[in-house]
Design a protein. Structure first.
Length: 154
């Protein structure tokens, strides 16, 4: 796993959550993920392809953080994960990937992005589009956790 690919996504995620939802997230140590079962309640998954690499990124929110993010971004929130929340997670996935794409482009890495797919529900699964290992970074906040996952072909 190339750290030069991971850092722009992590930086973009922290920036999007700080500027758009006024929420600070604290990253924990990255680790290898062994299961396809999501760690949270709603996930955005996006595929990426470049001449240098093929891979995917997912961002998973625990319900409490997803609801608080909606409140921070639009000033209101539903009682539980619904279509508005899944749309929001898809949009955050797009914003994070777009920000990382800009940073990577400045370093000479250009890639194309697919449209994000959003999955929700207890124990939903995330199927990464790459054959390499899946790296997961937990992100802590005062109201819950998010998880950012990366997989790139070897």
């Amino acid at each position: 796993m190339k750290v030069e690919f991971i850092n722009p996504f992590l930086s973009s995620m922290l920036n999007v959550m700080s500027t758009m939802a006024q929420m600070e997230l604290t990253p924990e140590k990255p680790k290898l993920k062994k299961s396809e079962i999501a760690m949270g309640d709603v996930s955005g998954l996006i595929g990426m392809v470049s001449t240098e690499a093929k891979g995917s990124l997912s961002i998973t929110f625990e319900e409490s953080l997803a609801l608080a993010t909606m409140l921070g971004m639009v000033g209101e929130t539903p009682e539980k994960v619904n279509e508005e929340i899944t749309d929001l997670v898809g949009e955050i996935t797009n914003m994070v990937t777009g920000g990382a794409k800009r940073m990577l482009s400045e370093k000479g890495f250009d890639f194309e992005m697919a449209t994000p797919v959003v999955v929700s529900g207890p124990d939903h699964t995330i199927h990464h589009k790459a054959k390499g290992p899946v790296v997961i970074i937990p992100l802590n906040s005062e109201v819950g956790k998010a998880y950012i996952e990366f997989a790139f072909d070897e």
